[in-house]
Design a protein around this ligand. Structure first.
Ligand code: 5GP
Length: 144
């Protein structure tokens, strides 16, 4: 997928936003939705997506909607840190297939890092079960 293409309303995250696909949510308001990544690179890998906007990537995001969205990204990042107490935190975002993007609705990854634990690689890994993700999601939700 190139950087410049039409927004596909049937992408996975659009389906999650419509409630057509399940997700384990940790935060939602009128600006953004945050939920657990089902192929987590570490325990607590969370995605934050904008609502009510057809933005495939960071470049598509209208400037007047960016600030409110980024405030939610930071809020969720702080909750991941407060809730899970990692040693570090990666906040990542990919634009276009060559850059590693696989789902074409804008999203930021929030990935907690522990010095003693190995981290998975982007786009690999096994699907986590809901019962594995639920207690982690509960800790993040409680910290928001
Ligand atoms: P990207 O590769 O576009 O930067 O990130 C997409 C992310 O979405 C990946 O980390 C991938 O694990 C995650 N993902 C893919 N399909 C699903 C899904 O159906 N549900 C959830 N919660 N995450 C998904």
């Amino acid at each position: 997928m190139t950087l410049h293409a039409a927004y596909d309303p049937d992408n996975i995250f659009a389906k999650i936003l419509r409630g057509d696909m399940p997700s384990l949510k940790v935060f939602e308001d009128d600006v953004a939705l945050a939920f657990m990544d089902v192929f987590p690179q570490s325990d607590g890998h969370t995605l934050v997506i904008p609502k009510g906007i057809e933005a495939r990537n960071f470049l598509d995001m209208p400037a007047d909607r960016l600030g409110s969205y980024m405030l939610r990204v930071q809020r969720v990042a702080k909750a991941v840190e407060w809730g899970l107490k990692p040693d570090g935190l990666r906040v990542m975002q990919f634009n276009g297939t060559p850059a590693g993007q696989t789902v074409f609705h804008l999203h930021f990854h929030i990935i907690p890092i522990w010095e003693s634990r190995e981290m998975g690689r982007h786009g690999t890994g096994t699907m986590a079960r809901p019962d594995e993700l639920a207690p982690i999601a509960a800790k993040i939700r409680a910290a928001i």
